[in-house]
Design a protein around this ligand. Structure first.
Ligand code: MD6
Ligand code: FE
Length: 238
């Protein structure tokens, strides 16, 4: 192969010619810093950049999930439209409506099972949990959250899962956000944790029921997600 064969097509009229896969490959190539694990609290870590090298594959597989189960703005039990758009994959999906929060095997919008959890999702979630000492994590639910500028998630506890022994794995893709990390009482002061593309938070054991939320997303553009932040939250729900 000569050097010419390995180069990208020439730009046409000043426009770079790049397929979507090229864009993913470019973003996956050599992260600025290698992944590293930071302790957050007993039972919780941030794996900085842990999902950076597989982000392109995750987003490509996410498209199939979204085709089968489109993002939607669910209603809170109080009747408010959530600013974060959500959907699910895996055996169980988290849903909210005026009757409350629950896990359901069917998508309430079409009564069909949620799409299967892609292998790339499962592999990353299991590797991330192991980073925090939770071996053998086998999630059966993945909640997909899509934030646009202004979208936020108020302080809450994750307590609809049957068994609190399994951790939660939370993957951040696209635009950065500020994660609020509180205590076990709503009134406990919350720390502010910046999360960037590729960061993974793992959360279990003594941290499992800590209050948390996400501040309103700032306006921005990301090469892979445009003006959005995507969060994948993996759980053992059933
Ligand atoms: C989000 N995450 O980061 C929303 N819950 O978009 C969560 O609500 C969450 O990140 C439990 C554990 C980790 C999380
Ligand atoms: Fe949560």
């Amino acid at each position: 192969m000569n050097a010419r064969d390995r180069t990208r097509p020439e730009p046409v009229a000043g426009m770079a010619v790049r397929s979507t896969m090229d864009l993913f490959a470019a973003a996956d190539a050599s992260p600025p810093t290698p992944p590293s694990t930071e302790p957050l609290a007993p039972g919780a870590i941030v794996w900085r950049g842990g999902a950076a090298s597989c982000a392109g594959a995750l987003l490509a597989d996410l498209q199939g999930v979204l085709d089968a189960a489109p993002l939607r703005h669910m209603l809170t039990p109080g009747g408010f439209r959530m600013s974060v758009a959500m959907t699910n994959c895996g055996a169980l999906g988290w849903v909210s409506d005026v009757t409350g929060y629950r896990y359901d095997a069917a998508d309430p919008d079409n009564a069909r099972p949620w799409p299967a959890m892609p292998r790339s999702f499962l592999d990353l979630a299991t590797r991330a949990a192991a980073q925090a000492g939770f071996d053998g994590f086998a999630p059966d639910a993945c909640l997909v959250n899509r934030y646009e500028p202004g979208a936020r998630l108020s302080l809450h506890q994750d307590r609809n899962e049957r068994d609190f022994r399994a951790p939660i794995v939370s993957v951040s893709l696209g635009l950065p956000a500020v994660f609020l990390f509180g205590g076990t009482k709503r009134s406990d002061r919350a720390a502010r944790l910046p999360l960037a593309h590729g960061d993974v938070v793992v959360w279990g054991g003594p941290a499992r029921l800590r209050y948390h939320g996400v501040l309103a997303l700032k306006e921005g553009q990301h090469a892979l997600t445009g003006r959005h932040r995507i969060n994948l939250t993996f759980r053992r729900a059933g």
